[in-house]
Ligand binder design. Sequence first.
Ligand code: GDP
Ligand code: IMO
Ligand code: MG
Length: 425
Amino acid sequence: MPGTIVVGLQWGDEGKGKIIDILASQADMVVRSQGGNNAGHTVVNGGEVYKLHLVPSGILYKDKDCLIGAGVVIDPPGLLEEIDGMESRGVSSARLKIDPRAHVVMPWHLLLDALGEEARGAGDIGTTRRGIGPCYMDKYERIGLRIYDLVRPEIFRVKAARTGLIKNNIIAKIYNHPPLDPDEIIEKYIACGQRLASYVADVSVLSYEALKAGKNVLFEGAQACLLDIDMGTYPYVTSSHPIAGGVCTGVGIGPTMINKVVGVVKAYTTRVGKGPFPTELDSETGEFIRRQGGEYGTTTGRPRRTGWFDALIVRHGIRINGLTELVINKLDPLSGLKGIKVCVAYKKPDGSLINDYPAAVEDIFGCTPVYEVLPGFSGDISRCKSYADLPKACRDYVEYIEKLCACPVSMVGVGASRENVLVKP
Ligand code: GDP
Ligand code: IMO
Ligand code: MG
């Protein structure tokens, strides 16, 4: 704090929501900067489980401002459903704000996401089918619709009719699919806009003023580094910048306002969707970790692919984010394994070693991981109340990772609740 960014370092679902919820107790404001409702962030509080997709994970506190920045893409019915769901559980949305520059996910984006995936066949990306890629495509093609337009029916009707025509041409002529009814869509979305209008505020101005006044602002990353459109495993990535740099462009603040960058990892690795995964465990051990860790997607319910901790991935994340500290979540699912492997390098087919995460997926596909094996630990570590309570082998594992990745570990997670996060001295 005051300006703290939290990012995922692997392929998402590292437990960012839980860490944001914990750090938010010290914050005045929690701000999302990119992605959309492809994100699924879980917060467990008092035995209640909250799954958040667009609403920042600070919403459970009454006194925190929760902001959605310009770089986020917003599905209006999805956001309203989330707001209504929270309100029905007694969680107020009164302090939620949405930047007028944020782009709107339209029904044609959802359809084009699905049609694109089907057309790619076996080469599909495994997207969440939330229309994220097609929405960002329109943004960069400069035909997108923004929250600013959505809340102004006269402007929205004109712009949405224009873009809808282009999209219907693609849907019908390229994909040979029945076109959508733009009039019906426009009226439905205008109604959503009327409900969302009261939340609209300039998130760049609010964040800047809060930071200048010395307040603590927490920037909540969605997705993760290896899903970054440039730094990730392209093309098996999302369409935004889930890295620390993306916060500045996605909120509209400068890098000098950031003091800390916290990277969240799991004590192993998971991935949903397609793409290379060198340490993947297609075995009984992989299934054991999936079962122990409850590794099923928060947004889509898909089983997550599981594998060993990969130091190349985490060092890549440390570098591209200028990380100041590391949080290791989900140590508890590893309990009961005899030995725990950590990937320290990749071996190319010619026998040479790679130490830095490769730029091209083709270079990753041919590699085999080089492992170090650490002693396992057993018992229910979720009962541990402090870092010192953890079994020695567990602490050794954390400290091995800390040394290997050359980044201080500040917290470790041994369960899904707030109280399951242990501060590392
Ligand atoms: P996010 O997208 O990074 O916020 O993570 P998700 O919420 O999609 O996935 C993380 C899952 O692991 C959720 O079900 C969390 O409740 C759960 N979780 C988070 N931290 C821990 C932990 O330390 N141990 C265990 N067992 N579960 C955790
Ligand atoms: P959180 O914030 C895990 C993955 C999808 C797919 C790829 C592209 O919960 O960590 P998209 O729908 O974005 O075009 O899909 O990105 N993906 C995620 N995987 N956690 C997420 O978010 C993800 N958001 C997108 O599975 O492989
Ligand atoms: Mg998630």
